[in-house]
Design a protein around this ligand. Structure first.
Ligand SMILES: Cc1cc2nc3c(=O)[nH]c(=O)nc-3n(C[C@H](O)[C@H](O)[C@H](O)COP(=O)(O)OP(=O)(O)OC[C@H]3O[C@@H](n4cnc5c(N)ncnc54)[C@H](O)[C@@H]3O)c2cc1C
Length: 274
């Protein structure tokens, strides 16, 4: 008897091994790895990165390439510290990509305002790389990037290039010393934004950073006349499965892992106290 063909489906929980093509130390506590994972993805999506016997962490993809993905990681605990000990040629386990990214297709023709704080600049770099590959589809690009000190500035190599192409504003909370190809102002990124003459005309905004920074940025944008549906935020909730099973990242019926991590602000603005 002829056996019925069974369609093979990928098990979304099973990670695969990938090689580290580059390990780059960005700051004393952050590094960027490039891995040979050739996968279609949208800016803002994330992967689950794991090391056997240690654990697994969700990390945003911070690049836009069909040949590899880049991950910028801050060392905060077991998994991220163990990942920091890897080197070029080592293997890491990855599953994904997961989540909904920024809807770049539907935002064509707009000017982009990209506002990031600290490690929150990582997912936003995915947008910047995407725009680089689709430059004619978007108008003006303005970057507002805030860090604690000059030593905390991630993507210094890329900033040297971004300053030539985009309107770049970099702030550090304190001690604006050091030699840079771009101007670094002392103060919060919210101060720079407040002082700017930005209007909401034909613009979409992407914000990612610590919750307190996002709160003030959104308030400033609203004061400047931006509507909630012009603003996209990225929400990082503790999560395990990344595929809507464990329910750990659920906020009022929405899964951060599947419905997010990118949300249009009007969809989640009432969740802020959850
Ligand atoms: C969608 C998504 C994308 C992310 N992208 C990145 C990224 O691009 N780069 C990066 O460095 N980190 C990113 N993170 C955070 C990263 O997943 C955690 O820092 C990591 O899992 C910590 O694991 P650990 O074992 O090293 O530390 P743990 O020992 O598990 O935690 C150390 C500390 O970090 C806190 N923590 C752990 N996970 C989170 C979280 N999700 N949100 C807030 N605090 C957390 C813990 O409460 C604890 O205080 C992302 C998280 C999510 C949900």
């Amino acid at each position: 008897m002829k056996q019925k063909a069974v369609a093979k489906t990928e098990n979304p929980f099973v990670p695969k091994p990938y090689k580290i093509l580059e390990f780059y130390r960005e700051t004393p506590d952050t590094f960027t790895i490039t891995i040979n994972m050739a996968v279609q993805h949208a800016p803002g999506q994330f992967v689950q990165v794991s090391l056997p016997g240690i654990g697994e962490s969700p990390i945003s993809i911070c690049s836009d390439s069909r040949e590899h993905i880049k991950l910028n990681i801050r060392e905060v605990g077991n998994v991220t510290r163990a990942l920091a000990n890897l080197k070029k040629g080592d293997t890491v386990l990855v599953r994904g990509p997961y989540g909904k990214g920024y809807p770049m297709e539907s935002l064509k023709g707009n000017s982009l305002l990209i506002i990031g704080g600290g490690c929150g600049v990582a997912p936003l770099k995915g947008i910047i790389d995407y725009v680089e590959n689709h430059r004619s589809e978007y108008k003006d690009v303005q970057l507002y990037l805030g860090y604690r000190t000059p030593d905390d500035i991630i993507f210094k190599r890329e900033l040297d290039e971004w300053v030539k192409k985009y309107h770049l504003n970099v702030t550090v909370d304190k001690e604006a010393h050091g030699q840079f190809c771009y101007d670094v102002k002392e103060g919060f990124i919210t101060d720079a934004l407040k002082k700017s003459d930005i209007t909401n005309e034909n613009k979409v905004v992407f914000v990612c950073g610590p919750p307190v920074m996002m709160k003030y940025v959104i308030q400033i944008l609203k004061d400047k006349g931006f509507n909630d549906d012009q603003i996209f935020i990225s929400a990082e909730r503790l999560m395990y499965c990344a595929v809507g099973v464990c329910c750990h990242c659920m906020i009022r019926g929405k899964f951060c892992c599947m419905d997010g991590p990118v949300f249009r602000y009007d969809e989640v603005k009432d969740f802020k106290n959850d």
